[in-house]
Design a protein around this ligand. Structure first.
Ligand code: SAM
Ligand code: SF4
Length: 387
């Protein structure tokens, strides 16, 4: 492991942060034109067995770094994890349980695409131990689904949600707004349609044009910035009316149903990322590291367990912490900064005061919490914490 930079403050953890586990399954039926996730169109049958073996070898290689620690949540994301057979998910979860202790009642989420939904599959995932299903719905408008290159129709989306709710108590629906030529009324209609299912969790993302995507090269006609801001406000109002708490930029939950796995990222917990292109962050008594893996599935499988590990310097930690924590509507308890970075509060005291003076952070001694203005101008707020 390389040397750790210790300036201007030393990293020292009184106790290590909670630990989560992420597993990336990198294949999809078809690549969506807006998507920059590490996902690859599947051509033939998936090498499920080989890939699960690679994930397990990857985990084994990481065991010395997480020895004695319990895993609080597990997230199987993608790509399209629902392309994997329940038997493969069961084999993976069994291998994880045999190697690291999971906390009792740990949240175990699997991402599913409505185009690959089958009741039998969902029951199989549940039997394997998955207790939360996240469905990528995106819209209930067939023309929009087509424009987004999705492999499912609105009717299939509805059927998938019903199937999911019959099997899982905890279901998340992802939708996107600010879609090509979308009107405010259409964004409202999509939000209402999603909320009407009464799931426990709901996420609404503004469509962004990411480099290295088809949409970036050939942008579709997107609504203006102000129209998207109105859509965001409309989504927030409808979600509140439906009894959801808005707890992170894009995330809404019924009371007690916040996504524990994602909260761990936002509260700057540790996570072990397994799979092609997955990355992770781990804390040790006196330093923090990030680790990353080969992005191409073939390359990853050929050299599972070979990871690139980099130290995170004490200088970078305040920004990294804020980048996550300030996405939370209620921010975090003030002590989280020291708990999760291992740095003294003095490392950011002046910058916190400057943000408060600018009206970007609440003057609340108990919490580090963005003001409404701070949330609207999040980049300006974060800039104050750059190394
Ligand atoms: C990790 S993705 C994968 C989910 C799953 N593969 C699917 O698409 O059904 C999680 C969510 O991020 C959102 N997302 C993906 N690309 C986006 C983009 N360019 N802009 C905004 N949201 C995006 C979508 O709502 C998606 O469901
Ligand atoms: S299904 Fe999801 S992960 Fe796959 S390409 Fe589409 S948005 Fe990306």
């Amino acid at each position: 492991m390389s040397a750790v930079v210790r300036a201007p403050h030393e990293v020292r953890f009184a106790a290590l942060p909670p630990l989560a586990l992420y597993a990336h399954l990198p294949w999809c039926v078809r690549k969506c034109p807006y998507c920059d996730f590490n996902s690859h169109e599947k051509s033939d049958a998936l090498p499920e067995r080989e890939y699960v073996d690679a994930l397990v070898a990857d985990l084994e290689g990481m065991l010395p770094s997480v020895w004695g620690r319990r895993v609080a949540s597990l997230f199987i994301g993608g790509g399209t994890p629902s392309l994997f057979a329940p038997e493969s998910i069961d084999a993976f979860l069994g291998a994880v349980r045999a190697r690291v202790p999971l906390e009792p009642g740990a949240e175990i989420t699997l991402e599913a695409n409505p185009g690959t939904a089958e009741a039998g599959r969902f029951r199989g995932y549940r039997a394997a131990g998955v207790n939360r299903l996240s469905l990528g719905i995106q819209s209930f408008d067939d023309a929009q689904l087509k424009a987004l290159g999705r492999i499912h129709s609105a009717a299939e989306a509805r059927a998938a949600i019903e199937m999911a709710q019959a099997v899982f108590d905890n279901v998340n629906l992802d939708i996107m707004y600010g879609l090509p030529q979308q009107t405010l009324a259409e964004a409202r209609a999509d939000t209402r349609a999603a909320l009407a299912f009464g799931t426990t969790h709901f996420s609404a993302y503004q469509l962004t044009l990411e480099p290295n995507t088809v949409f970036y090269r050939k942008p579709p006609p997107l609504p203006a910035h102000d129209a998207c801001a109105d859509m965001q406000l409309a989504v927030e109002a409808l979600a509140a009316e439906a009894g959801f708490e808005h707890y992170e930029t894009s995330a809404f939950a019924r009371p007690g149903m916040r996504c524990r796995h994602n909260l761990n990222y936002w509260e700057f917990g540790d996570y072990l990322g397994l799979g092609a292109g997955a990355h992770g962050k781990l804390s040790f008594a006196d330093h923090v590291t990030r680790h990353e893996r080969a992005k191409q599935p073939r390359e990853y499988m050929a050299q599972a367990g070979s990871i690139v590990e980099k130290p995170v310097s004490a200088r970078e930690l305040p920004f990294e912490f804020m980048l996550n924590a300030l996405r939370l509507v209620q921010g975090v308890p003030a002590g989280r900064f020291e708990e999760r970075t291992g740095l003294p509060r003095a490392a950011v005291a002046r910058r916190l005061a400057a943000a408060e003076e600018k009206g970007l952070l609440e003057k609340d001694p108990a919490r580090i919490r963005p003001t409404r203005r701070g949330r609207l101008f999040l980049n300006d707020l974060l800039q104050l914490f750059l190394a």
